[in-house]
Design a protein around this ligand. Structure first.
Ligand SMILES: NC(=O)c1ccc[n+]([C@@H]2O[C@H](COP(=O)([O-])OP(=O)(O)OC[C@H]3O[C@@H](n4cnc5c(N)ncnc54)[C@H](OP(=O)(O)O)[C@@H]3O)[C@@H](O)[C@H]2O)c1
Length: 252
């Protein structure tokens, strides 16, 4: 029996949220596994720093605010101009405004649902025609504990991430027959800019660690195996799934 190959040699990946945190983990490990990666986010300086770590032969960058759906078509076109059309889309860009239910504003709601839920779909809609032509593609969305659990101050974020889990199933239904597998990772608590308010409170961070079966919060490397599994041929018969990388947080 042939063992599964986690490499993504020769593939091109577009990774949103590549300027920091878990998106950058995805961008780094895809390059390490053989892909060429286009990193997308707003902060050009952070993207340039990331690109210079890998070199322009492996990493390209696009600085843009992708909460604005109008820019997504041109981003998809520009992305294809570096190394060819992307085979892999990782939708990692995300925000959490942490507004409490009684205080949620139209603006906070719209930007959260826009970036976390609408952008992954419309970006995929622009990128899947080229994947379909090749008969192979991968979409990896970022879900969350809040896809299934409610947390204080997370109503818009939770609604968007609940949506991401269903969006992933619907993408799988729409595109898997064309060879495009759509799956999501749902990280537990990992230190990042997004979760700084959680990790700056030691008691809260420990409470979250205690809620896992393993007894600790996540570390960047914990995501690498799951991401490469979902990005590579190893997941050829896996689609529409959300893989919780949460140390067993949701098992309890
Ligand atoms: N960390 C965790 O514990 C955790 C748990 C569950 C799920 N997640 C999910 O993992 C993903 C990555 O989060 P993270 O924890 O790594 O947080 P992070 O470090 O804050 O990363 C968020 C990324 O999204 C980008 N971004 C935000 N708004 C954008 C916009 N309007 N246009 C373009 N890019 C934008 C940011 O780049 P710029 O600021 O440069 O634009 C940044 O690269 C998110 O989808 C998050 O919901 C994280």
């Amino acid at each position: 029996m042939g063992l599964p190959d986690l490499s993504v040699n020769g593939k091109v990946a577009l990774v949103t949220g590549a300027s920091s945190g878990l998106g950058q983990v995805a961008a780094d490990c895809l390059i390490d596994a053989g892909a060429k990666v286009i990193g997308v986010a707003r902060r050009a300086d952070k993207l340039q720093e990331w690109q210079s770590k890998h070199g322009e032969d492996k990493a390209a960058i696009i600085s843009a605010d992708i909460s604005n759906r109008e820019v997504l078509k041109s981003i998809a076109e520009e992305a294809a101009s570096f190394f060819g059309a992307p085979d892999i889309l990782v939708n990692a860009a995300g925000i959490n405004t942490r507004e409490k239910a009684d205080d949620v504003t139209f603006k906070g709601w719209d930007v959260t649902l826009g970036l976390n839920l609408s952008t992954p779909f419309f970006l995929a809609q622009y990128l899947t025609p080229a994947m379909r032509k090749k008969g192979w593609g991968r979409i990896i969305n970022f879900a969350s504990l809040q896809s299934r659990r409610a947390f204080a101050g997370g109503i818009a974020y939770g609604a968007s991430k609940g949506g991401v889990e269903q969006l992933t199933r619907a993408m799988a239904e729409a595109w898997s027959k064309d060879g495009i597998m759509a799956n999501a990772v749902a990280p537990g608590f990992f230190p990042s800019e997004l979760t700084a308010p959680v990790f700056s409170d030691e008691t809260l961070a420990q409470k979250n660690a205690d809620q896992t079966c393993i007894g600790r919060n996540g570390m960047p490397d914990d995501l690498v195996g799951p991401l490469l599994f979902l990005a590579s041929h190893a997941s050829d018969y896996v689609t529409g799934q959300t893989l919780f990388v949460d140390g067993g947080f949701t098992a309890k």
